[in-house]
Design a protein around this ligand. Sequence first.
Ligand SMILES: Nc1ncnc2c1ncn2[C@@H]1O[C@H](COP(=O)(O)OP(=O)(O)OP(=O)(O)O)[C@@H](O)[C@H]1O
Ligand SMILES: [Mg+2]
Length: 341
Amino acid sequence: MLVLGIETSCDETAAALVGDAYAPLANIISSQAEHALFGGVVPELASRAHLRTAVPVVRAALAAAGVGLAQVDGIAVTRGPGLVGSLIVGLSLAKALALAAGKPLIGVHHLEGHIFSNLIEHTLAPPFLTLLVSGGHTELLRVAELGRYERLGRTRDDAAGEAFDKVAKLLGLLPESGSVMGGRIIAELAATGNPRAIGFPRALERDQSLDFSFSGLKTAVLNYVRPLSAEQRQAQLPDIAASFQEAVVDALVGKTLRAMERTGIATVALAGGVAANRRLRARLEEAVGTRGGQLFYPSPVLCTDNAAMIAAAGLFHLSQGRSSGLDLDAAPRLSLSPTHG
Ligand SMILES: Nc1ncnc2c1ncn2[C@@H]1O[C@H](COP(=O)(O)OP(=O)(O)OP(=O)(O)O)[C@@H](O)[C@H]1O
Ligand SMILES: [Mg+2]
């Protein structure tokens, strides 16, 4: 089976092809640079950029895989959650291609895509836990079987990636042009800092739930830097970044271990943009390993938004005989239902 995936939920225009066993044949991602000046994604600019790049990106993916549309078995597309204008561009293109080529259309939940990112490179059989840490979500999920998800915990305010982005912004670290991925910049700085230099708060540490909270941490960083002079702040940046990152990692590791205890599931998959964080990978790998479990995580390019994960989830549903009608709508606030698909 061969599936073309299209992803345009936020500021990445992506197209990919995956074959049997979710093998990636092509994975093209075009990141939008036009938002850098604004310190965040501007929805109107995002839709316009998707309109410009979606067709060339799909063409590039087909060319890289050396296949034509006639050879694909289905076209998978992100239907939500995400920015409505951005989602509509991908959906319209996917529908047009499905209609023109006479192929089934498969609407995919973006978060289910992130869950499937681990299946592209690893042989991973349910049940497993997924710690999904992205720019818009932070959730602990029990994957009883593919297509069946139970949310065990979630953030009560900011997502982990959002916290990285906001802290990068308040520390004045975002470049005036180029990428706006605050997490990457904080992680690089943190590598040269002391993670125990500043004792930032670990919210909900003793709370019995499997929930997270990161907005208080962001405020604590703001309160810490406010009285510092420009020179003091500059000198302390690596320690601030490392201590902030450690607080996020502690919370994520702590609740994941608790979820392992509660469910008796020892296999853990890390997914979403923050899964690219080396400190998180290393700390979680060690913690899960010492409890006799195993941690899986995707390559960095499959952690952040990509279409290979959308194609993989689409291929799974198509293989189960499920597809969508051409009246499929964008669903900006779609939640991941327990039995998805
Ligand atoms: N090395 C890193 N360390 C920490 N965070 C990172 C790293 N690399 C990327 N991120 C963060 O990952 C996030 C982007 O991930 P992703 O593309 O999965 O999110 P999204 O698609 O915007 O959100 P969602 O999937 O919830 O809709 C950003 O918040 C970014 O700062
Ligand atoms: Mg995402």
